[in-house]
Design a protein around this ligand. Sequence first.
Ligand SMILES: [Zn+2]
Ligand SMILES: [Zn+2]
Length: 131
Amino acid sequence: MATNPAIQPSAINADREAGLVTIDWTDGHRSQFQAVSLRWLCPCAFCRGEAGRPGWLDSMPTLTPEQTQLVGMRLVGQYALAPTWADGHDTGYYTFEALRAGCPCPTCAANRSISHTLSGKASSQPTKEIQ
Ligand SMILES: [Zn+2]
Ligand SMILES: [Zn+2]
């Protein structure tokens, strides 16, 4: 299976001062995430819930400045980013696929609203672990 250039980053920049994460994709697209919105996307079991149970973020908590302050960013194999937040939370692995699917730019937002079926299919694809 050929690698989809739309989910391969060519450059990743985590600006801790500005609270901005910028990802340039190999297909030329650029996604820019605010740290706050990234925190809300945290895919970990604690935030998202598991086995059908709601997660912490589902209760719409009020996030403290520590919980949305980006203090670190790790690359997980070749497939995901793992941010570290000032409250010590670091268990969220954001796959490139999910990040691209969640791109907040107007173009992608418009695409998402007209193609729900496509994004549903993308999320059911198996994740490939590199290391
Ligand atoms: Zn989390
Ligand atoms: Zn976009």
